[in-house]
Design a protein around this ligand. Structure first.
Ligand SMILES: *Cc1c(COP(=O)(O)O)cnc(C)c1O
Length: 227
């Protein structure tokens, strides 16, 4: 059995190896530890080892864990589908929401962000393979959503997030990441100041980093399988 410390080292080495292979500096890729369906104790252990950022998919589950964990300095990212009746919880209790895909959610998050907190960091989620059942905006909607996110006072637009189709083939996954990167560079060309391309999960870190990911979201490889 690997210890949490060994798992974290293995994942960091994997990120470093992918960076080296692509002539990138390892510091240019952040690690988001996806802790959904794992207990607060698992988060506490990784946090004590220096892991700062944690990603959650279910609002109520995340709030319970935040309540249980009083450790200062944990950075909470929401990466699950956003329902409009949950935006207040997100605006009040998270530093990042990476899964915004429509105008109504942007407006609610901005107006519900408490004035004493810094602007909420936002990534727009792209449905890059245009899967009907999946959350995320279509690429054509991104320029309008990005313009709105930039204008809203409670938000700070940081970049894009994608979850490719479960292709099962590295070449196809890499192509999805490449197309997401094209969407990102198009927004940069429009003058948006972005620094986050959130792509890559336990099974596809290497192709994501090859296509310019600046944040990989790793659950299983760090915490083991979920129920
Ligand atoms: C669950 C999840 C992950 C982590 O997936 P693993 O394959 O366990 O690494 C990353 N991103 C999102 C949006 C997720 O829902």
């Amino acid at each position: 059995m690997e210890t949490p410390s060994q798992r974290l080292s293995r994942v960091r080495r994997q990120i470093e190896a992918a960076c080296l292979e692509n002539d990138r500096r390892p510091e240019t890729v952040r690690l988001l530890a996806v802790s959904k369906r794992h207990p607060p104790e698992a988060i506490r252990q990784l946090h004590a080892l220096g892991q700062a950022a944690f990603g959650e998919n279910y609002v109520d589950e995340a709030l319970e864990k935040q309540h249980a964990l009083t450790d200062p300095g944990v950075e909470w990212h929401y990466i699950g589908p956003v329902q409009s009746n949950k935006t207040r919880d997100l605006a009040e209790h998270f530093q990042w929401v990476q899964s915004v895909d429509r105008e109504k959610i942007l407006r609610r998050l901005s107006s519900q962000r408490p004035a004493h907190l810094p602007a909420l960091n936002i990534c727009l989620q792209v449905n890059i393979d245009q899967e009907p059942q999946k959350s995320g905006a279509l690429p054509a909607a991104l320029p309008g959503l990005a313009a709105l996110a930039t204008e809203l006072p409670g938000l700070r637009l940081r970049g894009l997030m994608c979850i490719p189709r479960a292709w099962g083939e590295t070449d196809r996954v890499r192509d999805s990441f490449a197309r997401t990167r094209e969407c990102y560079t198009a927004l940069l060309r429009d003058g948006h100041h972005l620094d986050t391309l959130s792509m890559g999960m336990s099974g596809d870190v290497a192709p994501a980093i090859a296509e310019g990911s600046t944040m990989v979201r790793i659950g299983t490889a760090l915490f083991g399988p979920r129920d």
